[in-house]
Design a protein around this ligand. Sequence first.
Ligand SMILES: CC(C)(COP(=O)(O)OP(=O)(O)OC[C@H]1O[C@@H](n2cnc3c(N)ncnc32)[C@H](O)[C@@H]1OP(=O)(O)O)[C@@H](O)C(=O)NCCC(=O)NCCS
Length: 217
Amino acid sequence: MYGHRMLLRAGDLDLVMRPYRPDEAKFAVAGFETYEVMKYLFPLRSAQTLPDEEVFLERIRNDQDQFLWAICVVRDGEEIPIGSTSIRIDGMRGLSGIVIYDKSWWGRGIASATHLARTLYAFDVCDLVAIDSKVISDNAGSLRALESVGYCRTGTDYHVKMAAGRVRHAIRLTLVNPSDRAWNYFWGDSDIPTEFLEARSVARAALGRARRIVTLP
Ligand SMILES: CC(C)(COP(=O)(O)OP(=O)(O)OC[C@H]1O[C@@H](n2cnc3c(N)ncnc32)[C@H](O)[C@@H]1OP(=O)(O)O)[C@@H](O)C(=O)NCCC(=O)NCCS
């Protein structure tokens, strides 16, 4: 299934996160046949073609366990898809992912901004208690964007893939919903690791920013 429409800004860019429309799979194809875009994605190994992406988007539409958004840049009133982001729901937890398949938009703060909106949706709309993610350790931009909203490193999965001639490891991360209700439920009476206490402050600040910049019309 698709997530509801969200409006936000990244610097001077107007962004919309919304469901894909029929015939928009084509926007992903140039990126999905490019190794630079795909090399840090896993377990996906092959280039994705137009039929693959059409099947994928149709499957997502019918998948009750996953929210996905097209990330669009708004130009002259037109919403142009440049990437996708998702949360797979498993009980009270989610698993997040992102790809900006048009790499001409990398480094413009779009992942950081969309993580704010996705996190807001996960906690304020879906009522999730925590969100998990995994990132290839060399993927500095993705790690920074996740940690900027309060994801905390929990460990390493070794040798998840080969990329550009080197064995790559993945860092596991978890973002715990910082609201008192979710936080207390998540941790119960266990000792809370210090790094998660620090991450809670980051998550609270991020949600504060999200509530200022994200609109769900
Ligand atoms: C990873 C990806 C999502 C990042 O998106 P983006 O919009 O370029 O990220 P942002 O511009 O929001 O950058 C996030 C942070 O990382 C930094 N950053 C971005 N690219 C970086 C790089 N190559 N090296 C180091 N830092 C980088 C930015 O400066 C920013 O830090 P700041 O908030 O301190 O300024 C995008 O490059 C992408 O889609 N890559 C291919 C697919 C992929 O790797 N998906 C993630 C799988 S876990």
